[in-house]
Design a protein around this ligand. Sequence first.
Ligand code: 6R9
Length: 661
Amino acid sequence: MVFHTQRRREQVSEHQDWFPVPESATNHTYCSAADYDRLYAESITDPDAFWAKQADRIDWFTPPTKIANWCYDPVSIKWYEDGVLNLCHNAVDRHVAAGRGDAVAFIFEPDDPAKDARHVSYAQLQGEVIRMANALKQLGVAKGDRVTIYMPMCAEGAVAMLACARIGAVHSVVFGGFSPEAIAGRIEDCASRFVICADSAVRGGKSVPLKANIDAALEKVGGVDAVLVVQHTGEAVAMHEGRDHWFHDMQVSGECPCEPMNSEDPLFILYTSGSTGKPKGVLHTVGGYSVWTAATFHYVFDYRPGEVFFCSADIGWVTGHSYVVYGPLQNGGTSLIFEGIPSYPDSGRFWDIIDRHQVNIFYTAPTALRALMRDGDGPVKARSRQSLRLLGTVGEPINPEAWRWYHATVGEGKLPIVDTWWQTETGGVMITTLPGAHGMKPGSAGRPFFGIRPQLVDAEGAVLADEQVGGATSGNLCITHSWPGQARTVYGDHDRFVQTYFSTYKGKYFTGDGCRRDEDGYWWITGRVDDVINVSGHRMGTAEVESALVLHDKVAEAAVVGFPHDIKGQGIYCYVTLNMGEEPSDELHAELRQQVRIEIGPIASPDHIHFTTALPKTRSGKIMRRILRKIAENDFAALGDTSTLADPSVVDALIEGRQNR
Ligand code: 6R9
């Protein structure tokens, strides 16, 4: 397998700016530079002792005596395997039991700023979770059953997740922007017999027909016994007799104990894109994920009681799972759930929310910052933002320009920024600076979190030696030792798990990312080196978009690549060849865009569709993606070796017809 590296041009040049730990953060932190060095060393020399201590952050019905038990060849990963616990207990019940029932768990900020925000206390949350858990039980959900959740950003979305965790059901949250086709695929893959959805959602003033999408999905896939419908907007929806149940109509008891779960029992499945095939159902288990999200939230955000934490990610992505719901709640925190989008009603919305709810910690994606940056400093400066103490980013590499804007304009040059690198598969943050411990370099994620042992290897798997590291040499990022939050398998397909993550470099977890390390031990993620693209922080397999395109009966073949995009990070560029006798047209162009939206969802809409009579192929028939990427990037001066092409003239025609000029 050959990997390429797509780097944002800016990041290639060495940025030697160094922003020291701000005074506000040195004075008040759980973890100073010296603490980090000591704790990191402990986590490496005696991981069992370290992770046994971290496990004390949460309650265990039976405390674990076995800590780590993992092997990468053959692949088997277990943490805290004889421990018994329940994540919902740790996220909700124990705070109520400790007399903190009145503390605010969630602040719900609706899409429409004229509507009232809603504060949900831990005691209220416990009540709602119990009701939903009992409703699920009444519908027949039992421990181990998979429940698909298709909800807007609202407290009930989190309630649905917690209710599953409470009774030991395995949730599979599907992002509200996915199409019926995509939902059906996910329901089928994990044989989910139950769905929780809302009537509809509203984002940026526009209605999203969630229930109708579920109805459409269930026409494509069988096996779903019950749909629990939460009234959110009050929009009228069709209800299928016998299958669909309004949550508010269900008569349920107010008692529901937390199911004792073994540490390695499954907690949730989350579908994510890879280089090949359909999205994979990444599986996380209870014990390790709980400890990992509790500990990373504590250290990375330096969270203290009473603070308001605002993560703008959707609960349909792993960031929402770990840092809207489970991390903050396990720490007894207050997490703000925002239903809307950053640009509605105007591009000052984030800063309005921050002022209105006195947000202390704000965590968002670089793509949102780049979009807001376009509107200048005005909307930011018009709000006070005095409550902010810490900023964070996640989801894609942040270009130094956006970092500097975030730092200087949003943070007034005074706040620490954590640029957190991690993945669906890692459960929580892996590489980041810690706010009170590390100075920051714009564009670098920083240092490994406790217990994390990153390593750079070349295409053949040879470890890049220390002296090769530093400067511009980048390698493929692997992790050599397991950590508690690591995904355990791909649901129903352990071979695929092994194949995807552990076979490229035997005995190591391969992240799919390119990375370099500088002289100061800072890690710089350069982006994916496989056929995964990152569009506005959404991970997408080029193969998925290709599959959608070739479903059109006029299409013969499709090849999809990413290209640098100012706002989205990467855009989607599709090369399409048509069947004999078919001609390109504006109509066909529109139909193909629509086809992708139907199969995947609006987030996968192509930026460019390039009709061509041929694709560059080797004599053995392999598409040379390297060339397609270069042309899509509008960087065709150095195409490299094209001599292995069956027909080199194809390249000139492609350059001639390029869409990204
Ligand atoms: C949490 C999340 C994972 C991929 C990952 C990488 C990219 C995430 C990043 C980052 C550079 C960061 N990524 N955070 N790249 N700097 N701080 O986003 O999970 O949706 O699975 O995406 O996102 O390429 O491999 P997920």
